[in-house]
Design a protein around this ligand. Structure first.
Ligand code: FMN
Length: 152
């Protein structure tokens, strides 16, 4: 579990794009973040939607590493009015530019389950369609993770 509250990254503040610096960052927090990411073969991002896009904090976290994302799969769990679907679509394009493999399967926690969990004491397991989507997401992410790990 990587919680961005435990990685308070500065807004991107490098003299040059990391692609020109061998993926090294001058900000120590960004450097620590990218070295942490290097330990993982796959990622699942939880995605809130702000004005139909991903949050600035998540985008900044993606910009705060470069080589550590390459040729690794990423999946998305979104929440919001329509389950973060619009923010996730933005993120797929960003992931391609980062040379990642964004997978199709996603979990969209829309308003009814969102309020059920926040206000009515339910859990996400109470929603069959979310449980099915979660299983599919893990199945496909694990496939891509082991295939790309071997290929890397
Ligand atoms: C500036 C702002 C813009 C938002 N825009 C959207 C939106 O476009 N679509 C949506 O479903 N929810 C939107 N929301 C609602 C957020 O999804 C909701 O506040 C959610 O709890 C945010 O997650 P967070 O509490 O982890 O920041 C917006 C919230 C804020 C503060």
């Amino acid at each position: 579990m990587l919680d961005l509250r435990e990685h308070p990254l500065p807004f991107f503040n490098e003299p040059a794009p990391p692609i020109y610096t061998g993926g090294q960052y001058s900000e120590s927090a960004a450097e620590a973040w990218r070295l942490k990411l290097a330990q993982y073969d796959a990622f699942i991002a939880t995605v809130a939607e702000y004005n139909h896009g991903p949050t600035a904090v998540l985008k900044n976290a993606l910009d705060s590493a470069q080589q550590e994302w390459i040729r690794k799969p990423i999946a998305f769990v979104g929440y919001g009015g329509i389950g973060g679907a619009r923010a996730i679509e933005h993120l797929r394009g960003i992931a391609i530019e980062l040379q990642m493999a964004p997978i199709k399967q996603e979990v969209n926690i829309a308003m009814e389950p969102y309020l059920g969990v926040v206000q009515q004491g339910r859990t996400l397991d109470d929603y069959e369609h979310l449980a099915q989507a979660r299983t599919a997401l893990f199945e496909h992410l694990a496939w891509w993770a082991s295939a790309l790990r071997a290929a890397r």
